[in-house]
Design a protein around this ligand. Structure first.
Ligand SMILES: [Cu+2]
Length: 232
């Protein structure tokens, strides 16, 4: 009888830990407000098809400051949020379907060498290129990557294939901060085509977090280095 009670107690404690973790992680993963790409009225011809054009502006900051507090909610509200990089103004992105999207990123962070040189190349963009400070390129040096912007499927998905990955050029490690508390940014611009409506995710593939091979922490944190892409 004693052993039976002990077993029941152990199972109940286990269930409590699982339930508590789910609650904790769901609270952490609150989705930031949606940022919509703006249709600008023009159209772009890709593969012989004329498609509507939309733009999306993002920034990547190396850390929050008093004037730029970054995302709220999530684990970094009560750990050391000030020391970690984040995409801004949101990581929840909404894109029009069957359109060409031009994303412009102002990148203010220094480099952490990307583990896999594949993620130092542009993939899934129009013509396979990106513009880095106005220059057309297909790749950058893996040592000069600060972050990546990588859109992909959920595993086991029957939605239209969608994969875009672009490396974000780092500012120099000795770059001086300006009055706003950040160095002058690098500008990365890239365009890609959306297909039919669907729900996707994106994340950074550069080891800018902590934990296992620096892929923990902010790397999986909504509002920082991971988010959603909804094609509508
Ligand atoms: Cu990153």
């Amino acid at each position: 009888m004693k052993r039976f009670l002990f077993t029941i107690l152990t199972v109940l404690i286990g269930a409590g830990i699982v339930a508590g973790s789910v609650w904790f992680l769901m609270a952490d993963q609150a989705e930031p407000a949606t940022l919509q790409a703006k249709l600008d009225g023009s159209s772009v011809t890709v593969d012989g098809k004329s498609l509507p054009h939309a733009t999306l502006d993002l920034s990547i900051y190396p850390n929050a400051t008093a004037d730029n507090p970054g995302p709220t909610g999530g684990v970094y509200d009560f750990v050391d949020k000030l020391g970690w990089p984040f995409y801004s103004p949101s990581t929840s992105l909404e894109l029009p379907a069957n359109s060409v999207i031009t994303v412009t990123v102002k990148q203010y962070d220094s480099s952490t060498t990307v583990w896999n040189p594949y993620f130092a190349q542009a993939h899934g963009t129009v013509d396979g290129t990106m513009k880095v400070n106005g220059q057309t390129k297909t790749e950058i040096n893996p040592n000069d990557v600060a972050h990546t912007f990588t859109i992909h499927q959920y595993p086991q998905s029957d939605q239209p294939y969608f994969f875009v990955s672009v490396p974000m050029l780092a500012v120099g490690n000795n770059a001086k901060n300006l009055a706003n508390g950040y160095p002058a940014p690098e500008t990365i611009e890239f365009s890609f085509k959306t297909g039919a409506p669907g729900s996707y995710v994106w994340n950074c593939e550069d080891p800018c977090g902590n934990g296992y091979v620096d892929f923990g922490g902010v790397m999986s944190e909504r509002g920082m280095m991971s988010g959603t892409v909804t094609v509508v």
